[in-house]
Write a protein that binds this ligand. Structure first.
Ligand SMILES: Cc1cc2nc3c(=O)[nH]c(=O)nc-3n(C[C@H](O)[C@H](O)[C@H](O)COP(=O)(O)OP(=O)(O)OC[C@H]3O[C@@H](n4cnc5c(N)ncnc54)[C@H](O)[C@@H]3O)c2cc1C
Length: 415
């Protein structure tokens, strides 16, 4: 049994920032486990720029952003077990893992879960047709191109307009491929506005909203797809079907938080975020187990992943030192126009301002968010434009905590 104060599962941006924050809060005995041979998580394959503007005040590529945190981990002498896959986490904080040396057992005083996401695959979509080569998830194509140096195709259709799909539309164009279309099932894009402008509009790539891939054609290699518009129930409108010749279909149809370990530990989950239910310290319902990054909620910007991980890391250190906030919590809930609010519960005795993160249910123009507890208004915020693809953050100032007299509800109204 390897004993340590804090064990971090996952060495992506969340795991690294959490480990560094825990160390800097005074708990030096921190271990990171990652199944990959290097730290950095998904950032290792994201060679485009746009990372770090908020957090580091510089526009970096994914590997550059990861390198900043990797250096911090190394400088502090935080121990990393590479190519080590965590297989099981128990609620008494025993983590079983495997690597080339066999099975390892860790016993930690606190565990931070930072396992990130995986991509939803074709199997989850039920697209009819054959199963030829040439169909990739956008992230798999990104890894093949950016890390392995392969060109994955020449004529491309992309299904899904989330950020990974948009980034890959630009990447494929830069590599000389022709991106025929980006199809999006919803009536709005799931990606950041900046990515729609920089990755599609700047490259003249058409975005077809309320459109899906209805059929796949080809035997050994993909030869084409049939795309079609969908009605308000997302059913294909037969008469709008149209064939597009292509040799590659990239799927960017959502990320699934990797929460198998979280569930094994018996931690209660949110049906909306598919992550654990947490308080403002990112502590799950099991004392001493924390979660942060994409495993907790799918983030749009890595900068916010690092912020969230620092909260978890600092709190895990306090837990180990016995100084973490305990006591009564109130729940936060999503009201009109808001899909979810995270954290799902907060301590009204917290000594710090509390940031609430949320996503809206659909795109709106100018809106006012109101955070209320009973009839008391704890915070308001006006935004000129909101969309489900962009995470919103509203701060409740600590002076307002004394007004909390029941569940906190966040809603929006158009103004
Ligand atoms: C394919 C893909 C492409 C993306 N592209 C972009 C982009 O271009 N721009 C952007 O801003 N965001 C992008 N994102 C979002 C990005 O994931 C997050 O911003 C950020 O990387 C999340 O950090 P994380 O540490 O939570 O997760 P990750 O970066 O996914 O890191 C999780 C780490 O945990 C490790 N791990 C998981 N399970 C285990 C286990 N059981 N045992 C040991 N180790 C484990 C993994 O190996 C990985 O290193 C992308 C996401 C994906 C999936």
């Amino acid at each position: 049994m390897i004993e340590c104060d804090i064990l971090v599962v996952g060495g992506g941006p969340a795991g690294m920032a959490a480990a560094v924050a825990a160390y800097d809060s005074g708990v030096k005995d921190v271990i990171i486990l990652d199944r990959e041979p290097e730290l950095g998580g998904i950032l290792r394959q994201c060679i485009h720029n746009g990372f770090g503007l908020h957090k580091l005040g510089a526009e970096l590529t994914g590997p550059e952003y990861a390198a900043v945190y990797k250096d911090m981990v190394t400088e502090r002498g935080i121990k990393v077990y590479y190519e080590t896959m965590a297989l099981d986490v128990t609620n008494d904080k025993i983590v079983t893992a495997t690597n080339r040396n066999g099975i390892l057992n860790f016993k930690a005083k606190a565990v931070i879960l930072a396992m990130g996401c995986r991509e939803r695959s074709r199997g989850a979509l039920n697209i009819s047709g054959s199963r030829p080569a040439g169909i990739y998830s956008a992230g798999a194509a990104q890894k093949l191109m950016n890390c392995e140096g392969y060109s994955v195709g020449k004529k491309v259709v992309i299904l899904g307009s989330g950020d990974i799909g948009l980034i890959m539309a630009r990447r494929m164009s830069l590599e000389g491929a022709k991106v025929e279309a980006v199809c999006e099932l919803m009536s709005y894009s799931g990606g950041l506005t900046r990515n729609i402008v920089q990755c599609l509009e700047d490259f003249g790539i058409p975005l077809y909203l309320s459109t899906t891939v209805a059929e796949i054609h080809g035997d050994k290699r993909l030869e084409g797809v049939t795309i079609a518009q969908v009605d308000e129930n997302r059913r294909v409108i037969e008469e709008t079907k149209r064939y597009i010749e292509c040799d590659t279909l990239l799927l960017s149809v959502g990320l699934i938080p990797e929460n198998e370990l979280t569930k094994m530990a018996g931690i209660e989950m949110s049906a909306v975020t598919s992550g654990a239910l947490v308080d403002e310290n990112r502590q799950t319902e099991v004392d001493g187990i924390f979660a942060c990054g994409n495993v907790l909620q799918v983030h749009d910007l890595v900068d916010y992943v690092s912020d969230e991980a620092e909260i978890a890391g600092n709190a895990a250190a306090k837990f180990v030192n016995g100084t973490l906030e305990k006591g009564e919590t109130v729940n936060t809930t999503a009201g009109n126009g808001v899909r979810y609010v995270l954290p799902q519960r907060v301590h009204k005795t917290s000594k710090e301002d509390i940031a609430l993160f949320m996503r809206v249910t659909e795109p709106f123009g100018k809106v006012r968010f109101t955070v209320k507890s009973g009839e008391e208004v704890l915070a308001t915020a006006v935004r000129l434009k909101v969309a489900p693809g962009e995470m919103e953050k509203i701060l409740i100032k600590k002076e307002k905590f004394e007004l909390i007299n029941g569940d906190i509800i966040v809603s929006l109204e158009e103004i």
